[in-house]
Design a protein around this ligand. Structure first.
Ligand SMILES: Nc1ncnc2c1ncn2[C@@H]1O[C@H](COP(=O)(O)OP(=O)(O)OP(=O)(O)O)[C@@H](O)[C@H]1O
Length: 301
């Protein structure tokens, strides 16, 4: 659905996107994460045909978004970061207007219900709250069952219930065959929805792959309270690294790339010495950790 190779975008002398490669397959939901100003919206705007690339190859449905926008647009739904929606039309009038402009019109009432705005159908758009306006934008973007949906921060400003409803709507569309490229600042949104994701930093893709691929880049952790009378020298040899500061503070913290093996060694050691490992925990790295490391280290891949 989407193929991007070596994308660069400049605003005058400033290079906002510095060599991005990206693929989104049919039926896939791809999440683009990143720090503020990483270049996510700029990349999306190029894919939507709103901005020409400074360098690189960009294809949507095998077509060039800047040159073939008229052929691409009817097959896509777009939720911009700021739609500028407002005005004196009511919610339902706005949707009917958009419906009349789509090539594959779908049911307005269903679209309103899906975003939880059915009870606000006759309210003027300029009287909606920020979150309600965002949901109306989403209803507009999803009208006409697009093959490909671009969602730029679809849940920013939404309350938890509206966010959950948005996730359900997006999941539903993916289940019906729509491919989605979304940007988000909410890591749990990517964890919940994305088949694959990329984290951008300063114009580059720092990390990408499935959630499992991305999490496997970071070491896992094993932790427990230091059992009474145990010194660091008493601990068994493991592949991971012991955090000396945490040990001094009363906690064994081991970072390891061999979670299962190291855990087995520690459990066998504890059983042999008849020790209780209080508050034992063994966890993979979280997406938050990966994200912070990208921020701290800068782009590496
Ligand atoms: N029209 C413009 N003129 C000059 N610089 C711009 C313009 N639009 C964006 N930029 C700059 O390009 C960089 C990338 O912006 P972009 O909006 O693509 O980032 P983003 O990842 O979407 O950020 P955010 O998460 O904050 O929305 C930023 O440093 C931004 O200030």
């Amino acid at each position: 659905m989407i193929e991007v190779r070596g994308l660069h975008c400049r605003y005058g002398p400033f290079e906002a996107v510095r060599g991005v490669d990206l693929d989104v397959a049919e039926g896939e939901l791809f999440a683009l994460l990143g720090t503020n100003g990483a270049g996510k919206t700029t990349t999306l705007e190029v894919l939507e045909g709103l901005r020409a690339p400074s360098e690189g190859t960009v294809r949507v449905f095998g077509l060039r978004p800047d040159a073939d926008r008229a052929r691409i647009r009817p097959r896509t739904g777009v939720l911009l970061q700021d739609s500028g929606a407002g005005g004196t039309l009511t919610v339902v009038e706005t949707l009917r207007l958009w419906r009349s402009l789509t090539s594959r019109p779908s049911d307005v009432d269903k679209a309103l219900a899906a975003v939880g705005l059915d009870h606000r159908a006759d309210v003027r758009v300029n009287a909606l709250s920020g979150g309600e306006r965002r949901r109306l934008d989403l209803a507009v973007a999803t009208l006409g069952e697009p093959e490909l949906l671009f969602l730029d921060e679809p849940t920013t400003g939404l309350d938890p219930e509206s966010r959950r409803r948005t996730w359900a709507l997006v999941r539903d569309m993916v289940a019906r065959g729509t491919s989605v490229l979304l940007t988000t600042h909410y890591l749990e949104e990517a964890e919940h929805l994305a088949h694959r994701l990329a984290i951008m930093h300063e114009g580059r893709v720092a990390v990408s792959g499935t959630l499992v691929d991305v999490l496997e880049r970071e070491a896992s952790r094993i932790g427990f309270v230091v059992p009474p009378g145990v010194t660091a020298a008493d601990l068994p040899t493991v592949a991971g690294t012991l955090d000396r500061d945490a040990f001094a503070a009363g906690r064994v913290e081991i970072r390891t790339r061999a979670l299962q093996d190291d855990l087995a060694v520690l459990l066998a050691w504890a059983a042999h010495r008849d020790l209780q490992l209080a508050r034992l925990r063994a966890t993979h790295a979280s997406l938050t950790e990966v994200f912070h490391n990208v921020q701290d280290k800068g782009a590496t891949a």
